[in-house]
Ligand binder design. Structure first.
Ligand SMILES: NC(=O)c1ccc[n+]([C@@H]2O[C@H](COP(=O)([O-])OP(=O)(O)OC[C@H]3O[C@@H](n4cnc5c(N)ncnc54)[C@H](O)[C@@H]3O)[C@@H](O)[C@H]2O)c1
Ligand SMILES: [Zn+2]
Length: 242
């Protein structure tokens, strides 16, 4: 990409929806799950990001989340996040949809992405005592596993684990945006985690132009692929959209 001109397909007028994945945060230093530098090379997802794993060994699961929190706390939003914030602020009818739990996009106003998989900075009671979610931004937690302040039971990360349902409100709004948009961007996602990846097909079948931004083309059925890193492609793409 560097030094080469980005050749863009014709871009329609009208609402834009953007589905972001871990690749958007790669340039910030947050490891992706899949791809060459993927986190899962050293940690298997089914050992850590499932309700069964948490029931079996909550401390191990929390050690992994605590390590990721510490790592992400030292990361800053990159040019890709800034470009998407610019799009959200300048083009009416833009919806940002994120699978990321890192909180980086939310740090660039006015971006307020719909969070499909929750946030690593929020916790909730695993015992279901009725206390709502709470925020805890400390990069490393003093006690692992952390406890629910109300009932003293185990707390868990307020993220969506494999096999769990998505937050209903975010999902409904994301699906509505995908169905109603003229342009749908799939940015930095391997497009294998469902149901999030299904938004691409939903948008395409509803008539949107679909564009993938990824250095490694995925199996997603899209109209166009912009092959390269999000932090390089998004600033140019957004400049053409606002
Ligand atoms: N930053 C985070 O919050 C984070 C990090 C890792 C995983 N996850 C979780 O992973 C699950 C879904 O997987 P996913 O599809 O988001 O990620 P994934 O790890 O499955 O795939 C990452 C994708 O990003 C691409 N990529 C790598 N560098 C890139 C760059 N510079 N620019 C653009 N694309 C790049 C890779 O080619 C790959 O297709 C989600 O549940 C998400 O919550 C989140
Ligand atoms: Zn509780």
């Amino acid at each position: 990409m560097v030094g080469r001109e980005l050749r863009l397909p014709p871009l329609p007028a009208g609402p834009v929806a953007v589905l972001c994945g871990a690749g958007l945060a790669a340039a910030s230093g947050v490891p992706t799950f899949r791809g060459p530098a993927g986190l899962w090379r050293r940690h298997r997802p089914e050992e850590l990001a499932t309700p069964a794993a948490f029931a079996r060994d909550p401390r191990l699961v929390w050690e992994w989340y605590d390590w990721r929190r510490g790592l992400i706390a030292g990361c800053r939003p990159n040019a890709g996040h800034r470009a998407l914030a610019r799009l959200a602020g300048s083009r009416p009818g833009t919806t940002l949809i994120s699978q990321n739990v890192d909180g980086l996009q939310e740090r660039v106003p006015p971006a307020r992405p719909l969070l499909l998989h929750g946030s690593i900075w929020r916790l909730r009671c695993a015992g279901g005592c009725g206390r709502g979610e709470w925020e805890d931004r400390r990069p490393r937690l003093p006690e692992l596993p952390p406890r629910c302040p109300d009932c003293g039971g185990l707390a868990r990360p307020a993220v969506v684990w494999f096999g769990e349902g998505l937050p209903a409100g975010s999902w409904r709004r994301a699906a509505a945006a995908a169905s109603a948009c003229a342009l749908f961007l799939a940015v930095g996602t391997s497009a294998v985690v469902q149901p999030a990846a299904g938004l691409i097909d939903l948008a395409r079948s509803a008539g949107a132009v679909t564009i993938e931004v990824n250095p490694e083309p995925t199996a997603a059925a899209v109209d166009h692929r912009l092959v390269g890193p999000a932090e390089e492609i998004l600033p140019a793409l957004v400049a053409a959209l606002v």
